[in-house]
Design a protein around this ligand. Sequence first.
Ligand code: HEM
Length: 475
Amino acid sequence: MAAVAVTPAQDLADLQGLLVRGYGNLTSACFLLLEIDEPDAARAWLALTADLATAADSRPTASSLNVAFTSSGLRALGLDSTVIEMFSNEFVEGIATPFRQRLLGDTGESAPASWAWGGPNGAPIHVAVMLYAVDEGALATLRDAETRRAAAHGLRTVSILDTVDLGGSEHFGFSDGVSQPAMAGLGRPDRSANTVAAGEFVLGYPNQYGLLGERPVLPRSADPMEILSLDVAGSGGADLGRNGSYLVFRQLSQDVRGFWRTVDHATRRPDGTSDPVRRTMLASKMVGRWPSGASLVVTPENDDPSYAKFNDFLYQDVDRDGLRCPVGSHIRRANPRDSLDPSPGSSRSLEVTNHHRILRRGREYGHRVDVKTLFDEVGEDEERGLHFVCLNANIARQFEFLQKTWINSPKFDGLHEGDDPVVGPRQALGDTFTVPASPVRTRVRGMPRFVAVRGGAYFFLPGRRALRYLASLGD
Ligand code: HEM
């Protein structure tokens, strides 16, 4: 489809807020996973929810609600299967198919069959209601009100996923949420290297290829009340996708003691004692940033918190061989910036990478590990981790590509053994981490898996008009 000059900035009131902000000021959050029992009652619930959903044009200071649906959720609401088939294959089929299990590396303890939710053996997940509030008290009030309102409309609560505020860090102890892509014409402006077309995240706008991506466009007759916007490509159809996005949700458990024990063993002095400086250095090499968030490219020898939020760096000129930030580190895989073919260091290289960006909106869960027991030879006492949430317009080209081709691949960018040292699944040849150094690189072999998948689903985060349209089905 041809490109059209439109920007989502003109339509902010129709976008759900999560597309433009992660609600960092609303430090308490929980996610309600619901199953629809009764379509009429669920649509009545949705009519109210469409009004309650926080729009992107407001900056809430007390609380916020966003709502998303799986493809089986859309079906349970009464959306016709011919319309559902217009959504992307990944979304329609769902995250837990045998094909995606292989693609995403969800094997062994991460297999969907043993997931706490979203797997083939659990209750169906139809809806995610994402609640954010300024403190735990306000969140408890909102959560109780929303679970009661859902129950009153026959929506069964399958699970409530709680979160924890670790003050901007994730459980391994590193600052998180530093690097995000900016959207052209929407939100904060950024340098061009980090700015991608709004259509990479918001459906119904031109993407990095200048095209309007795949999305459900209905015949006008399917929207007799003219709730939806018209297809900007001029087909005359009603665009159910416009101002929506796909939301990937993965509950990722983290073995925090396993991570630090491994790093500690690998950096011990010849006399067998721990070396805290080398230990922090190796862990930071694995992540690609220091615990403060400072980039290893910018400050390679020691952590410098004055660079904690600094994100304006590339790899090729300063660090082609990964002597500062290893080629295999988590952030260099997750966003290789200008380091990949064709012609590393060129704008073409950046352009290619920018076809695979995601907006991250995750929240941590579970208690912070007691630092006094960080290196103890014991199993994890309780589960903790990251509710990984990301938004993208094309799950296959963005989230799935990133997970499969960059994070899980032992052959990433010229490497030949070793997947992502922090989050990789350690499939064949995946358990070695190489730290480039001159004259001799070092290798950590036999790295165990630190991150396992405990649940997940692909959701559609509709625009607010689309929410009202879905609520009107059957009227
Ligand atoms: C428990 C699992 C994970 C942990 C602990 C984790 C941790 C981190 C940390 C500490 C950073 C650096 C700070 C920042 O730039 O925000 C980061 C960046 C990033 N992570 Fe993860 N991550 C996890 C899973 C994932 C997964 C599954 C993906 C994608 C499939 C991913 C994609 C990214 C991206 C795109 C960046 C930004 C890279 C950049 O632009 O430089 N992460 N992560």
